[in-house]
Design a protein around this ligand. Structure first.
Ligand code: DNO
Length: 403
């Protein structure tokens, strides 16, 4: 697999020079400053390419921008309201501009309103480092008592509702604010963060949108963009819901293997596939990650490797982001499946046989605790994850093991 590293752009406290020292081969980035729905112009794309290619002292980084994560899909497209047709036209233009710049992989997601959701962005792990955590009772406390969403209590099991009330009663005002900020942190690196009022307003735009409707809207969107992607030689890849269960009464439609099969089967194109993310899918005990790789293999265009540990074996459940080889997903089995798929692609003569992967997230450890980088994207924690994953890949690729 091709080892890549996510870089949020010049504001990222982990630099391209740092990425270079981690030994990765390529960069994953996005134009976070461009509003969702607007066109990514050739000038802005080239500017980011230069920022990746040259270090501040003018020397070459020897890295290129290889994967777009993400070219975000507007709420208008997801709900098929307002400016959605114009936004689809803009999306197509952005895809063309990206392809012309030589970037071939475009990641996106179809989660309504919020992208990934956590209740703690800096939760203390037993070894003293910090990790991101989703706590169901804290989330219920936010939903029922802070956001005060109508009907929220019905979306959680009674024991969680009870625990949420206790926690909320014991919460300081600062913790309440922090919790709301964590939940609404929204898109990493993006400008868009929702206020509580803004969030309630956004939720209302999904009134009456069933999971079936949302799925159809994704299929309609793919029907508009996948043929073009095929023509211009880019691969679109949908990231799963994170966490992979409905939140805030919103539909979630990319949480399980069957969800991917339904959507990717409806618009069957080699240019439309999956971003396989062990960390997102792994938060459901009924998701068997190695089996999902096996089932989606030829359509996996990008891979995020990280690992979670769940508190219980229910869905939904609380979980935290564990070390890359220490969570509950069998990472070695996942990597073995991915390497086998690369081998199959090579034998078939597929030009895209090498699948880009990145160490997804990392715990804040050692000097990360002082650097204050993007939540989930520290330098050392990610490098540790990458080093472990690279070790697994090296071992599985070794002739003594392969035989
Ligand atoms: C979180 C990321 C996600 C991901 C998007 C892809 O750290 O994995 O925000 O980039 O969902 O569209």
């Amino acid at each position: 697999m091709r080892q890549t590293w996510r870089w949020f752009g010049p504001a990222d406290k982990v630099t391209v020079a740092d990425a270079r020292q981690s030994g990765v081969e390529g960069i994953v980035s996005a134009l976070h400053h461009v509003a969702t729905g607007a066109i990514w112009t050739p000038e802005e794309i080239e500017k980011r390419q230069r920022e990746v290619a040259f270090l501040p002292d003018g020397s070459m980084s020897q890295l290129k921008w290889e994967v777009v994560e993400s070219l975000p899909i507007s709420e208008a497209i997801k709900t098929q309201t307002g400016e959605w047709r114009a936004h689809v036209a803009h999306y197509r233009r952005s895809m063309e501009n990206i392809a012309r710049a030589g970037i071939k992989v475009i990641c996106y997601n179809f989660m309504p309103v919020l992208d990934w959701t956590r209740t703690d962005l800096s939760w203390r792990v037993s070894h003293g480092g910090r990790a991101m955590r989703f706590d169901l009772a804290d989330f219920a406390a936010f939903d029922i008592h802070i956001l005060k969403r109508r009907g929220a209590a019905e979306d959680f099991p009674p024991h969680v509702v009870e625990e949420a009330a206790k926690r909320h009663a014991a919460m300081s005002d600062d913790r309440k604010k922090q919790l709301a900020a964590n939940v609404t942190a929204g898109l990493p690196g993006a400008q868009e963060h929702w206020s509580l009022e803004g969030l309630a307003g956004q939720l209302a735009t999904y009134d009456g949108i069933s999971p079936e409707r949302l799925r159809q809207n994704l299929i309609d969107f793919l029907s508009e963009v996948a043929p073009l992607a095929e023509e211009i030689g880019v691969r679109l890849c949908c990231h799963p819901d994170d966490p992979p269960f409905p939140l805030l009464g919103l539909p979630r439609i990319m949480s399980k293997l069957e969800d991917y099969q339904a959507v990717l089967g409806a618009v069957d194109s080699p240019a439309s596939g999956a971003t396989f993310c062990t960390g997102s899918l792994g938060a459901r005990p009924d998701n068997d990650c190695p089996a999902i790789v096996r089932a989606l293999a030829p359509k996996i265009h990008f891979v995020h490797l990280r690992n979670v540990r769940r508190d219980t074996e229910e869905t939904p459940c609380s979980f935290f982001e564990d070390e890359h080889l220490a969570g509950q997903t069998d990472m070695v089995a996942v990597i073995a499946e991915l390497l086998a798929e690369e081998k199959r692609r090579k034998a078939e003569g597929r030009a895209d046989w090498e699948i880009p992967m990145r160490p997804d997230h990392g715990q804040d450890i050692l000097d990360d605790l002082k650097r204050g980088a993007q939540p989930g994207y520290p330098a050392i924690g990610r490098l540790k994850g990458l080093a472990e994953l690279r070790g697994v890949m090296a071992a599985l690729n070794h002739e003594t093991v392969r035989a």
